[in-house]
Design a protein around this ligand. Structure first.
Ligand SMILES: *[C@@H]1O[C@H](CO)[C@@H](O)[C@H](O)[C@H]1NC(C)=O
Ligand SMILES: *[C@@H]1O[C@H](CO)[C@@H](O)[C@H](O)[C@H]1NC(C)=O
Ligand SMILES: *[C@@H]1O[C@H](CO)[C@@H](O)[C@H](O)[C@H]1NC(C)=O
Ligand SMILES: *[C@@H]1O[C@H](CO)[C@@H](O)[C@H](O)[C@H]1NC(C)=O
Ligand SMILES: *[C@@H]1O[C@H](CO)[C@@H](O)[C@H](O)[C@H]1NC(C)=O
Length: 610
């Protein structure tokens, strides 16, 4: 009898301690969602490690060495801020809650409605966890989550959600799991380096002293096949009310950062105790100018490509675009341009002509270099090609008429579908590809196919200038939907197929046809629309042909990644002699200093007939 009484007493104590004094690690659990979500907890004990404008962070005084669960948690409630000082060990009661400000985001586990805060001791020492050193775990460098099928860009998108599947954390394999397992922790990032420029909230992505993959020569991280760099972490709003700098650049070296790990607005982030400080920058400040000097000789034809971001005749940055073309690209014989707006820009009044936009650019180039380009493009049907309403963006070509001309000039109308005729020749030169195909081109730019020759009437080659549908509607790479939604991918699949089929018809007539297709494909080389494009067109990716290292293939910055939305593809006949360079005039600049959101590229080819 007696033994049994002792047993019940022990049992009661055990039960009491389980429900009344959970450790923070138990509250967090080792999944995305707390096993105690919605439940009241009492006498939770922790050391106050940091305070923010609306709450504070506590770390358990009995550390759990399970690498899957965090020992720290956020306590939300500005009313309780006056009751705590950093360095206090306290106990408190409250309610466990999962919070997110949008259904597209991952939840943050927190304690809300804190009550009965009792001081245990004050002035305790606080030691931030150095990322990469705690429990010998460091951020995984390739995969984001166990729900991505090993490819964050695989299809179908959003086949599951972290908030529903609630997988067990595997912080040694998946980057989001790693950051989730550090949620609420006060951490230090040693040797931080900026791998992006600040967004409009001045948040910047960084890497620290841990191992990374995908590092390019500038210091950024490049997205490559099945590796989109979850090891980078966003640095958000400083806790002390200071502001992060606006002019941080790719590759900048920063002062050591200490702050708390949290999840907000779709991303894991560290809220630093004070603003970031830049201590050094990569050099040279600006990229080298191209070594490809145009010669007017068919054996060394130079071809540039540039998305000029909604260029209008009145764009204040128009002379800077001209300067990039003149100084950095050395006025290529032929320029593929994307995002040329109509003559009055985004004024929605039915104007679709862009001859003033293009002639203003041509004049600015002429003023700066003496090269007098001719231009060609075809107007879209008003407001049918996407972009800013009334802006009527389209693709266009600038060409040096002392070297090149359109072969048998015969421009198509906005709605004329170009065709490949025997020869091969183009029915319309230039002409849009399948402009009435509504399955392909809902609110999107039609590719412009053209045939060219040197002024002696020889050395024919073809071009297709592309600006596929945008990634608008994508969900965050660290969001709830797994794999994340890659906005517009269904459209780009059809666009890639239609454009590539057209190109394949030229090659079907002449397997030695010289073809260049370039522009803003709004997709990465290793994602399905581009794989379809290559397979169907039989063109070759110039990055591969010329052996540019995968980490140096970038023309754009997004989130933590240097990435390549802009590509140049060529037929076999041009691949042999091809040379290619990406010119990082914009990705290397500050936010204020960038002229377009894309970098241009330039190539050199031998287009001479044998
Ligand atoms: C903060 O302290 C005040 C005054 O001692 C007390 O009334 C209040 O309940 C405390 N707040 C919390 C959240 O414990
Ligand atoms: C993902 O799918 C879920 C379930 O159908 C849906 O509620 C959610 O809105 C989708 N997320 C995105 C970003 O499309
Ligand atoms: C643009 O084209 C229109 C119609 O052909 C013509 O009247 C106008 O002069 C052109 N403007 C420029 C700047 O070339
Ligand atoms: C080109 O130079 C002329 C003469 O200086 C000037 O009037 C004109 O505005 C310049 N055009 C552009 C587009 O910069
Ligand atoms: C491309 O289009 C053709 C013709 O419409 C179709 O048969 C084929 O399945 C498409 N291929 C892909 C990969 O979408």
């Amino acid at each position: 009898m007696r033994t049994s009484n002792v047993f019940s007493a022990l049992y009661a104590t055990l039960r009491f301690s389980l429900t009344s004094a959970l450790t923070i690690s138990q509250i967090n659990g080792h999944k995305y969602l707390s096993p105690y979500n919605g439940q009241d907890v009492t006498a939770v004990k922790g050391l106050v490690t940091a305070k923010g404008p609306s709450g504070f962070w506590i770390r358990s005084t009995t550390l759990d060495l399970d690498y899957r669960s965090s020992n720290s948690i956020y306590v939300f409630g500005s009313g309780a801020l006056k009751n705590v000082t950093v360095g206090d060990i306290i106990t408190l009661d409250g309610t466990v809650s999962e919070y997110r400000s949008s259904a597209a985001y991952v939840y943050l586990t927190e304690i809300i409605s804190p009550k009965n805060i009792a001081l245990v001791s004050s002035g305790n020492k606080i030691t931030p966890i150095v990322i990469g050193e705690w429990l010998l775990k460091w951020p995984p460098t390739e995969q984001f989550s166990s729900l991505d099928n090993w490819d964050v860009f695989s299809l179908p998108n959003n086949r599951s959600q972290l908030s529903v599947a609630n997988p067990s954390l595997q912080p040694l394999i998946y980057g989001m799991d790693f950051w989730e397992s550090m949620s609420g922790e006060l951490v230090t990032v040693k040797k931080p380096k900026a791998v992006a420029k600040p967004n409009s909230f001045r948040d910047t992505w960084v890497t620290g002293s841990w191992r990374v993959s995908g590092r390019n020569k500038r210091g950024g991280l490049t997205s490559t096949n099945r590796d989109s760099n979850p090891e980078a972490i966003l640095i958000g709003d400083p806790l002390d009310g200071t502001d992060n700098p606006k002019d941080t650049k790719l590759g900048d070296v920063l002062e050591q950062v200490t702050g708390v790990v949290t999840q907000a607005f779709g991303y894991y982030r560290i809220l630093p105790t004070t603003a970031l400080k830049v201590t050094g920058s990569a050099s040279p400040e600006t990229p080298p100018v191209t070594s490809f000097v145009p010669s007017g000789d068919c054996s060394k034809l130079t071809v540039g490509s540039y998305n000029v971001e909604n260029l209008t005749p009145k764009s204040t940055y128009l002379p800077s675009i001209a300067k990039h073309i003149v100084e950095y690209l050395k006025s290529p014989n032929l320029m593929f341009l994307q995002e040329i707006q109509d003559n009055n820009g985004a004024t929605n009044n039915g104007v679709v002509d862009s001859n003033l936009t293009l002639s203003t650019l041509v004049e600015s180039i002429r003023n700066q270099s003496g090269v007098s380009y001719a231009f060609t493009s075809i107007n879209p049907v008003n407001n049918q090609d996407g972009g800013q309403p009334g802006g009527n963006i389209r693709v266009a070509y600038l060409y040096n008429p002392s070297v090149l001309r359109l072969r048998k000039l015969n421009p198509g109308s906005s709605t004329d579908a170009n065709e490949v005729l025997p020869g091969p020749e183009l029915k319309f030169n230039p002409g849009r590809i399948d402009p009435l195909n509504t399955a392909a081109w809902t609110a999107s730019r039609k590719p412009l196919a053209a045939a060219w020759e040197t002024l002696d009437g020889k050395n024919k080659f073809f071009t297709v200038n592309v600006h596929f549908g945008s990634k608008g509607g994508s969900s965050s790479i660290e969001g709830d939907a797994r794999p994340p939604v890659n906005g517009g991918i269904e459209d780009r699949m059809v666009q890639a197929n239609v454009t590539a089929s057209f190109i394949s018809q030229i090659l079907a007539q002449d397997r030695n046809a010289r073809i260049i297709s370039s522009g803003d494909f709004n997709e990465f080389a290793f994602v399905s629309p581009m794989e379809t494009f290559k397979k169907v067109s039989k063109l070759q990716d110039l990055d591969e042909v010329t052996g540019i290292l995968p980490v140096e293939r970038y023309s754009y910055l997004f989130d933590m990644n240097c990435q390549e939305l802009d590509h140049m593809f060529v037929s076999r006949a041009l691949a042999k002699s091809a040379e290619f360079e990406h010119v990082h005039v914009n990705t290397w600049a500050t936010s204020a200093g960038q002229i377009s959101d894309h970098d241009p590229s330039v190539a050199r080819f031998n287009v001479c007939e044998k």
